[in-house]
Design a protein around this ligand. Sequence first.
Ligand code: SF4
Ligand code: SF4
Length: 339
Amino acid sequence: MIVSKKEIPSFLDKLISDYQVFAPVQKGSYTLFKQICSGTDAVLDGGITKLPVKEIFFPQSEKLFSYNVTNEGAKLEAPVDDRKKVVFGVRPCDARSLTLLDNVFNNDKYQDPYYLTRRNNTILVGIGCNSPASTCFCTSVNGGPFDTKGLDLLLVDTGDAYVVEPVSDKGKELAEKAGFAAASDADKAAAAKVKEEAVVSCRVNTDGLKAKLDVNFYDPIWDRIHEKCLGCGACTYLCPTCHCFDIVDDAVDCNGCRVRNWDSCAFPLFTLHGSGHNPRSTNKERYRNRIMHKFKYFVDNFNEIACVGCGRCIKNCPVNMDIRVVLEDIRGSEARLDS
Ligand code: SF4
Ligand code: SF4
């Protein structure tokens, strides 16, 4: 199937009458996913958005329920966001990040109703990356610029049009309903060429990284590797796979609500015990945890690296910490089992 770029705004306008539609919109010098009211608001050639798509499924701040306690008992009200959504213009790394987050929010021990209701009611339409940025390294962590994991439809930009490739039944249904024209052999060949020519120039060697992290918890490398890091948490907030949160009650007398907010392992308060003891009392322990969580603990738990190589942490770190350099450094370090 194929759709010309000129038809996209009217296609989105039709979707808006049936769904909440999210797409990248321009905010100053960058793009962000926002709900759009008009198809012309979508900015589809802006590359990766500043914040990842996780925000739509796992908001930065979310009311879990409100409560009112009286002498007669307690009343609870839990909002359920079951509106049908289309997220349009998702890049493949962000779509794959959701399949990683699914491990956390939907597993044998725990199913998060807030996240899952949104996931189940959402169609993800992706756009492949013809020209990956210099900070992208998706192919080093099991992804790729036209990877379809997590997507329902993939669009391949061939110049004036997108070749539309259904990935799931939901995506196929959406494309058929839209009445896109059939792609010719020439269109398909153009899409194949675009995919072939999209080069992710940065390669991060992760061979043996997990084996090294299994045994280097006490390696002196951790004493120096974190030194530049300010502990600002920007990399965790912008990362599509980071998912730490805190839960607080916002209450006056007997009325209030329980709210879930993003948190960050880069912050000292994150692990501070009520006793005053903090098992990750310095930035060294906190930075080590960030690396260990993504490249060891997540692999131990779910057999996947919790990084999709989007490069946001590299682009946005105020002191230019580069996770690619850190990983290379760790791969070259000595193994130390003792403290
Ligand atoms: S963005 Fe940079 S300085 Fe801030 S916590 Fe992450 S690595 Fe450290
Ligand atoms: S660790 Fe950095 S490169 Fe990897 S997914 Fe998170 S923000 Fe992207």
